[in-house]
Ligand binder design. Structure first.
Ligand SMILES: N[C@@H](CCC(=O)N[C@@H](CS)C(=O)NCC(=O)O)C(=O)O
Length: 314
């Protein structure tokens, strides 16, 4: 029987590219996980009860420990199950730096391309939600601009695709060699999104045969094994358990954080998102964990990456 305190519960929906990144990561490690399908649009009351307000996709839950953002999720998976490693070469530091590009600029370019080319075909509520999330307050203007800028956006995406194609011309199976790595999942999710959701995706990618071969290899990794779970069961699980993770703040915290400080955390960009509040339980250079209490979820610890998030002391 699987232990509810250690079982991986993954809150996601099938169309989410960022969730696809983590599903491939589950495949790399051969992980068994529980699949909680969340709504594509807010409100997501069962999810935000766990996270304290964070509404993006995906979120990973292990008992009463809640991991927000795929960066945080991958790091935690690597910590809990080091083998096979997400970092099969000795370049882990460089690979984490490179992932800030795949998850940041590269993903944003793909979002602009997909939203911009869909134009008026986007359902109104979806356009409003994703426009505000990714393009800021003036999202309607941003959508129009992306629509006019499509050839430029394609050029920005085509350049890194050509670099990856060149990297693969020696016949290697994955970007770093024979073993799949986190960077395969981190690059792949953007390409999966472009191929699946942009009408010109297949034609653009057909320019890059090595990349298409690599896509097949990543697809063949699969997603590990999953079985469905209801959001209500996931919430009950959090409520019935206590956070399990380490307590402590690493030396030299640049914001002077200490255990018990009351903070609020939000993505370091203007997506109009609700900050998450709680008391510091854990903080180091790359992760912060805050403890929260609520009737619905009991006591949980909610984790965010430090890179890309702003921590306010309240
Ligand atoms: N930095 C976040 C980005 C997550 C993200 O933007 N996910 C998209 C889905 S692919 C999202 O949340 N869209 C809005 C939603 O699902 O409500 C991560 O790496 O997890």
């Amino acid at each position: 029987m699987t232990d509810p305190a250690t079982e991986i519960v993954f809150h996601n929906y099938p169309q989410s590219p960022v969730a696809e990144k983590v599903r491939v990561a589950f495949g790399i490690k051969g992980i068994a996980w529980r699949d909680v399908e969340i709504p594509r649009l807010p409100p997501k009351p069962m999810l935000t009860a766990l996270t304290g307000g964070y509404r993006r996709t995906p979120v990973m839950q292990i008992g009463a420990d809640i991991y927000c953002d795929s960066q945080c999720i991958l790091r935690e998976l690597e910590r809990r199950q080091p083998k096979p490693s997400f970092m099969p070469t000795s370049d882990a530091g460089l690979m984490w730096c490179l992932s800030r590009y795949t998850d940041g600029e590269f993903f944003t370019l793909a979002v602009k391309l997909v939203l911009g080319s869909a134009g008026d075909d986007l359902p109104r509520d979806f356009a409003e939600d994703r426009g505000r999330l990714y393009l800021g307050e003036n999202w309607a203007e941003g959508l129009k601009q992306s629509n006019q800028d499509l050839p430029h956006l394609v050029a920005q995406i085509r350049a890194p695709l050509s670099w990856m194609n060149a990297q693969l011309t020696d016949g290697r199976k994955f970007l770093l060699g024979d073993a799949a790595a986190a960077i395969d999942a981190q690059m792949y999710h953007v390409i999966w999104f472009i191929r699946g959701r942009w009408s010109g995706g297949a034609a653009m990618l057909s320019e890059f045969p090595e990349l298409e071969r690599w896509e097949d290899n990543v697809r063949a990794i699969g997603h590990g094994t999953s079985s469905a779970m209801t959001a209500a069961d996931a919430l009950t699980r959090a409520q019935s358990l206590e956070p399990n993770s380490e307590k402590g703040v690493a030396p030299n915290d640049p914001q002077g954080l200490q255990i018990g400080h009351f903070v609020s955390i939000s993505p370091d960009l203007d997506g109009g998102e609700q900050p998450v509040e709680g008391k510091v339980r854990y903080a180091d250079a790359d992760t912060i964990g805050i403890e929260r209490n609520s009737d619905e979820a009991g006591t949980v610890c909610v984790y965010f990456p430090r890179a890309g998030y702003r921590v306010f002391q309240t």
